[in-house]
Design a protein around this ligand. Structure first.
Ligand code: RB5
Length: 171
């Protein structure tokens, strides 16, 4: 499978482990960053992963931050993304089965790497079960489109990133 993975600076080590784990299993991985532990903002990486899925370059996305909450919220704003933040295997499987979820959110300060690997396996190995109810619910969810036409513009965050690089922002 083609899988896009993104994270914030809090959990880069876990993201690297996840990327390695997926590659060892034979998946094609887009490592969307971040790549170090320097302070950054997770919406940048959430968007990169979401757009890969939106553009059908990736079959699935995985986003990771400290709790998983922030980056999952950000990824869910990308049209076509159906995300589950999962802290257990059952949730990940149900989200695939019923929601045809295409992005998995993880909190690496909450969930250990062993469980993260089990959650990822369940997410990737569970198929969508198309029923009339599931189909109708997904259509309704996808109908709640984010009103953000710029989302597919490649340069959406460029101005922000440039200012960041110039030291414009301070914590
Ligand atoms: C740090 O930015 C922290 O807020 C983030 O990793 C995540 O836990 C947010 O939900």
């Amino acid at each position: 499978m083609r899988i896009a993975v993104g994270c914030d600076h809090i959990v880069t080590d876990t993201k690297n482990e996840v990327v390695k784990y997926l590659r060892e299993k034979g998946h094609e991985v887009f490592d969307e960053g971040t790549y170090d532990f320097e302070r950054t903002h997770y919406p940048i990486y959430a968007r990169k992963v979401g757009v890969r899925v939106l553009n059908k370059e990736a079959d699935f996305g995985i986003v990771i931050c400290g709790t998983g909450v922030g980056i999952s919220n950000a990824a869910s704003k990308v049209p076509g993304v159906r995300i589950t933040l999962a802290r257990d295997v059952l949730t990940a499987g149900m989200a695939r089965k019923n929601l045809n979820a295409n992005v998995l959110g993880l909190g690496a300060r909450i969930t250990g790497i062993g469980l993260i690997q089990n959650i990822i396996d369940e997410f990737l190995n569970t198929g969508y079960t198309e029923t009339k109810e599931n189909k109708e619910l997904i259509e309704k969810i996808d109908g709640l489109k984010t009103e953000c036409e710029e989302i597919q513009q490649v340069n959406f965050f460029d101005e922000f990133i440039e200012k960041w690089n110039q030291g414009f922002y301070h914590d």
